[in-house]
Design a binder for this molecule. Structure first.
Ligand SMILES: Cc1cc2nc3c(=O)[nH]c(=O)nc-3n(C[C@H](O)[C@H](O)[C@H](O)COP(=O)(O)O)c2cc1C
Length: 313
């Protein structure tokens, strides 16, 4: 069994150290381990070209136009049984590098899209996708903060697991942690997170969430967008709509049970979203031929030119 640890922090900084704490514990339990300091790898921004989702829909398999180390990094994650991501907290959320990973993971690694593409390839008599891309996987996240600004970090982190539908086991963060290696409770908690991940990876079919119960009973999310002037809100993580109510002295997110199949982390929710996007893309294809659309685009492209980058030109 293989556990892969990724750190998005500075070289040999607190995130690297805490990732190594967990990996050492996993190794003690018999897991094969691997550590990646993500900044050492060449990971470019998502360019927004959507070749990945188009490639899957058109039966061409997994494509990305960026030529860098991302595909190799994703392969490492795909081959592991359990993945641990340790990430510095920036501006109360995940780091920029972490967000780049999320974008690169985006539509092209969505489990709904991958399963559809695999089926299509096989229907055409071709070999399907490599089964490692369809494998169930356990993943845990830890955010490390230098202060106590952290209220978006769990939601940011769990978002990475949304696309490939990997099972989140723990999603925790440590505040005031510039000296984290000296804080025994946090070191101990890191080891516990490693033990939970190893246990989950060893029996993925029965793997369960090991963190604290969240306000959202579906995904354990604790961040909600409130529609202004209403009592309606949406769970920022799973996308279910409902209301927040006080139950036994604590906020509880309530949604209609018949809506649960729409949650973004379920295959049924992914299918609904995929169908909506497919319809919208079809509408847009026709719009590109519309003379009024072309005229409007040409007008705004011609009136204002962007300032070139001083370094790239
Ligand atoms: C751009 C930037 C933004 C930061 N924002 C936060 C923050 O919002 N909350 C927080 O607790 N720490 C914040 N920090 C502190 C980092 O979380 C801390 O420096 C990091 O965990 C150190 O990790 P490392 O030693 O692995 O590099 C910020 C640091 C940087 C560089």
């Amino acid at each position: 069994m293989k556990i892969l640890g990724l750190s998005c922090g500075t070289r040999n900084g607190n995130n690297d150290t805490m990732c190594r704490v967990a990996l050492e514990e996993a190794q003690k339990l018999g897991a094969e381990i691997e550590f990646i300091h993500v900044f050492d790898w060449d990971i470019k921004y998502c360019s927004g070209c959507v070749a990945c989702s188009r490639g899957l829909v058109m039966g061409k398999g997994m494509i990305c136009t960026q030529k860098d180390d991302y595909a190799a990094l994703f392969d490492k994650m795909a081959e592991a049984d359990g993945v641990l991501i340790v990430d510095p907290i920036y501006e109360s959320g995940g780091s920029g590098l972490f967000h780049v990973l999320c974008d690169r993971m985006g539509p092209g690694h969505d489990m709904g899209m991958l399963m559809m593409a695999d089926g299509q390839l096989k229907e055409q008599g071709k070999e399907g996708l490599d089964p490692k891309y369809l494998k169930k996987k356990a993943i845990s996240f830890v955010g490390i903060g230098g202060s106590d600004w952290a209220c978006r970090v769990e939601t940011d982190h769990a978002m990475l697991a949304m696309s490939p539908a990997w099972k989140v086991i723990d999603n925790d963060y440590f505040s005031w942690s510039k000296d984290v290696i000296m804080q025994d409770d946090k070191v101990e908690r890191m080891k516990e997170i490693a033990r939970n991940l190893v246990e989950a990876a060893a029996d993925i079919e029965n793997a369960e969430w090991k963190g604290k119960e969240g306000a959202c009973p579906h995904c354990h999310g604790n961040n909600f967008y409130i529609f202004p002037g209403t009592t309606k809100c949406v769970c920022e993580l799973c996308g279910l709509e409902g209301t927040l109510e006080v139950v036994d002295g604590a906020f509880k997110f309530k949604f209609a049970p018949e809506d649960e199949h729409k949650a973004h982390d379920t295959l049924s929710g992914k299918k609904l979203h995929g169908d909506d996007i497919f319809q919208n893309e079809g509408r847009l294809m026709n719009l590109f031929k519309d003379p009024e659309f072309k005229a409007r685009k040409e007008h705004y492209t011609s009136v204002i030119a962007p300032t070139p980058s001083p370094s790239v030109g």
